[in-house]
Design a protein around this ligand. Structure first.
Ligand SMILES: [Fe+2]
Length: 387
């Protein structure tokens, strides 16, 4: 920074390509092109929706203020060298500050599971569908822990679909909109057998697998069949810490997955681990049963199996696992780009066991959360009555 600011709020310093302004005793830095692009002046916004009307590509590369001043009430007032004027309120500058500290503070809190994590958080159906606070508490749990159980859901056909519509939208996939899981010797999937189902994520055979799964236990009277959940992101954190080369291999090497029936097919080839732009895990696929022959470069094949073996042992270790015996009317939600689900073997002659499940998208659940919290509307940088 070419100029030194005092720490009085509103102190301004103009540099060649950006300005700095003190807010809450801290200097914050904003590029001219960014400020100009995000103007809420009347000509720059669609009045009724707040959408950008200004065409970003038309902002000249040498955009800069001709004058800039601080008003304690209205905030930063800029006269731009393209002839336009705009105001940026203190609250707006705080909300959209893109300093490292501000960006870090906006990251979603994620609580990785440990061996003492116990069962996922439980909620009553009447609260989740009947009250804003109840639904927000449930959505917060899914956001932070990646799983939640809702109890007392009516054991009625397609109730899981009605529940999904309370909190978002069903993501339709191949096979069925509402999937039935019960003992079926002719079923298209290992879930239709009574055997153990190792923890896995569903449908890695899509380029974008469903990111939320709802499993409704309509009837759960059979002996055995307890549900097993594993925090895949916690397992990956251990792998990354202890063997970063193995973690990197799983980020790099694509794996083909397939699930098909007599008349439908899903197939996709992607690395098991995908990262976000901050380098954090965003999407984890893990399905022993659906993996197809690896088609990686010769020199990657053994490295992949070494990494896979290490990760699979962590997943199998129980360190990040929760086990619970569901009862009739329980509905399990998992963030399925993070949490693996499975079940122990059961005896199909000991009693009925019938699940129905649907998929959803995590985006839609988080959107629902923002709407319920009243956080979804953008903040205008200047009063719209000025517009
Ligand atoms: Fe599954």
């Amino acid at each position: 920074m070419s100029q030194t600011l005092d720490t009085t709020d509103g102190a301004l310093a103009l540099d060649e390509r950006h300005l700095s302004v003190v807010l809450d005793g801290q200097p914050r830095h904003f590029h001219y092109v960014w400020l100009r692009d995000n103007s809420w002046a009347a000509d720059d916004r669609v009045r009724q929706s707040g959408e950008r009307k200004l065409f970003t590509g038309s902002i000249p590369a040498d955009i800069a203020p001709t004058t800039a001043a601080w008003d304690p009430d209205r905030g930063l007032q800029v006269q731009w060298n393209d002839g336009r004027a705009a105001t940026y309120s203190p609250d707006w500058l705080r909300r959209y500050d893109y300093s490292p500290a501000a960006r870090a503070a906006r990251r979603r809190p994620v609580s990785l599971w440990s061996a003492t994590a116990g069962e996922p958080p439980w909620f009553a159906h009447a609260d989740v569908v009947g009250s804003t606070d109840g639904q927000l508490a449930y959505l917060d749990a899914v956001r932070e822990h990646g799983a939640a159980v809702v109890s007392g859901v009516p054991s009625e056909d397609h109730e899981v679909e009605r529940f999904a519509e309370h909190i978002g939208h069903v993501r339709e996939v191949a096979f069925e909109r509402v999937h039935n899981v019960r003992h079926d010797p002719a079923g298209y999937n290992v879930a239709h057998t009574p055997g153990e189902l190792k923890p896995h994520t569903d449908l890695p055979s899509y380029d974008w697998p469903p990111s939320v799964q709802l499993l409704h236990f309509l009837t759960h009277r059979a002996t055995g069949g307890e549900s097993t959940l594993v925090d895949g992101w916690a397992a990956l954190a251990e792998l990354r810490r202890d063997a970063p080369e193995h973690f990197d291999t799983l980020v790099r090497v694509p794996v083909p997955y397939q699930l098909f029936s007599d008349d439908e097919d899903t197939w996709a080839e992607n690395p098991m681990v995908q990262l976000d732009t901050g380098g954090e895990v965003r999407l984890f696929r893990f399905s022993n049963q659906l993996a197809q022959p690896l088609a990686a470069p010769f020199e990657d094949v053994e490295a992949f199996y070494d990494a896979y073996r290490h990760l699979a042992r962590i997943i199998d270790s129980g360190r990040y696992r929760a086990t619970f015996g569901a009862e009739d009317g329980d509905l399990l939600t998992v963030h399925s780009h993070r949490v693996l689900h499975g079940r122990l073997p059961y005896d199909p002659t000991s009693g009925a066991r019938h699940l129905q499940d649907v998929y959803m998208e995590f985006d839609d659940l988080m959107a629902r959360r923002r709407v319920l919290r009243g956080e979804h509307r953008p903040l205008a940088a200047q009063p719209q009555e000025d517009a």
